[in-house]
Design a protein around this ligand. Structure first.
Ligand SMILES: Cc1cc2nc3c(=O)[nH]c(=O)nc-3n(C[C@H](O)[C@H](O)[C@H](O)COP(=O)(O)O)c2cc1C
Length: 150
């Protein structure tokens, strides 16, 4: 519920470069890359905590400092009583053709976020993203899925 890792498969261990003993129980920001705009994670948490799934491109940092991109599909998990009990993220290899556009978008968002007041920066970068998407007549999920289809 709070982003602590309770499970990870072999592929995650291989890509991230951590053993299961090292990653279990750690916050997921263990693999956070400084190139990622904060507002992407805000969007992710807003969506999943409201019981919606989300698709997102995420640049992660492995233990050795190298990076790897994932196309994540994060979904809420519910118990038999319908209570939210956690989240599950399935990552796919992103379509490499999309990465220049996503990299440029995130770079711009990061620049916008880079102001003294972090909250204000995050707000401004979320607004920028919303405006970009509106201009293209789409929302974040459809934008990501359209990129995947390139
Ligand atoms: C299921 C799930 C998967 C996540 N996967 C990642 C991930 O691969 N990389 C990442 O940086 N954050 C991921 N997050 C978000 C982190 O919990 C965190 O919000 C993010 O790393 C920003 O951390 P910070 O607020 O400490 O900067 C995930 C969260 C959930 C619930």
């Amino acid at each position: 519920m709070k982003g602590r890792i309770t499970y990870g498969n072999r592929a995650f261990a291989d890509y991230a470069g951590y053993t299961e003993a090292e990653f279990l129980g750690q916050p997921h920001s263990l693999v956070r890359h400084p190139d990622m705009p904060r507002s992407v994670f805000k969007l992710l948490w807003d969506r999943i905590s409201q019981h919606h799934e989300v698709f997102a491109y995420v640049k992660n940092m492995a233990k050795d400092g190298s990076h790897y991109w994932v196309m994540a599909n994060v979904t809420p998990s519910f118990d038999v009583a319908g209570q939210l009990v956690g989240y599950f993220s399935v990552r796919r290899r992103p379509n490499a053709k999309t990465l220049p556009a996503v990299t440029a978008l995130y770079k711009k968002m990061l620049e916008i976020e880079n102001v003294p007041d972090a909250r204000e920066g995050m707000h401004l970068s979320a607004e920028f993203l919303t405006a970009q998407l509106a201009q293209n007549n789409t929302d974040y999920d459809h934008f990501i899925l359209a990129l995947e289809a390139l």
